[in-house]
Design a binder for this molecule. Structure first.
Ligand SMILES: [Zn+2]
Ligand SMILES: [Zn+2]
Length: 286
């Protein structure tokens, strides 16, 4: 069995629509795929319809990757098979998404204060239907002539983390995230806890064994061990830690379409770990 439990679509920051992601998952020979867009389940309906229409049908595990912050640092929590309409969870998701707009507006204000000629209207027009983020602000800055290319916006001078015009975003305490997902009938897995890359999409630092043990103690179900940005040495350490803490050791490609290079199925979750994870779903009879 081949199960990729970490995949993004254009419902968040992937490049392909959910239906296209499902077709690619089937072509990659996957039996199970989890759609885990950032802080949204907006892609689930389209993905479900596409997965069911395939032959043989592809098993879609509904998921999400929640933006969290622990001790001042960004951390991602994968969540699976929860009820997205559970009121407390739904309220937090709305708050996270609303905050993205407030945050982008605040960064535009700071840029204006630094003499950069960009407006919120410009940024919103560039974002269009997408959830607004720093890449759109960077493009507006390049259009205004303040910088030559959007890349140059991601420095300490501008909107890189900690930069002069940077504004932090709202994120969940992971302990609360674990509790909310459990209350909504789902399970959580800590995403890429040892991703080696600095400045990546919220990865890029080492969550400590003590922090992971604390999250396991409040009901986290698994650790993402098999991830493209984790070295073999880190994987070996994480497997041992998952074993010690009684956590499921999962894996996934973290595919974002062309943004990451098409790589669906390059990392997978074993059949045993998949069953282990599902057995931890509250009320699951397995
Ligand atoms: Zn992530
Ligand atoms: Zn991801």
């Amino acid at each position: 069995m081949r199960a990729d439990l970490h995949v993004h679509s254009s419902a968040s920051d992937g490049t392909d629509p959910p239906a296209e992601v499902m077709r690619r998952a089937a072509l990659a020979g996957l039996d199970v795929v989890a759609l885990t867009d950032h802080d949204t389940v907006a892609g689930h309906a389209e993905a479900r319809a596409a997965a069911d229409a395939l032959y043989p049908p592809l098993a879609l595990l509904p998921g999400m990757e929640l933006s969290c912050r622990l001790d001042g640092r960004s951390l991602h929590m994968l969540a699976y098979v929860f009820d997205p309409d559970q009121p407390d969870l739904a309220a937090e998701l709305t708050r996270i998404r609303d905050d993205r707009v407030l945050r982008a507006r605040a960064m535009v204000d700071r840029l204006a204060g630094l003499g950069v000629d960009v407006s919120w209207e410009q940024v919103a027009a560039i974002a269009g239907q997408a959830v607004v983020g720093r890449p759109h602000i960077a493009r507006a800055m390049a259009d205004s002539g303040a910088i030559a290319t959007p890349r140059e916006a991601f420095t300490r001078d501008w909107i890189a983390d900690g930069g002069r015009a940077y504004v932090g975003r709202y994120a969940l305490d992971p302990v609360r995230a674990i509790g909310l997902v459990r209350a909504a009938g789902g399970v959580t897995v800590l995403a890429h806890p040892r991703a080696g890359r600095e400045g990546g999409r919220g990865g890029g630092w080492g969550v400590t064994n003590e922090q992971i043990s604390g999250l396991a103690a409040v009901g986290m179900a698994g650790l993402e061990v098999f991830h493209p940005d984790q070295s073999d040495a880190e994987r070996a350490r994480l497997i041992a830690l998952a074993h010690d803490l009684g956590l499921a050791a999962t894996g996934g490609s973290d595919d974002h379409g062309s943004l990451t290079g098409y790589r669906l199925g390059c990392e997978t979750t074993s059949a045993g770990a998949y069953e282990d994870l599902l057995s931890r779903v509250p009320g699951n009879p397995v």
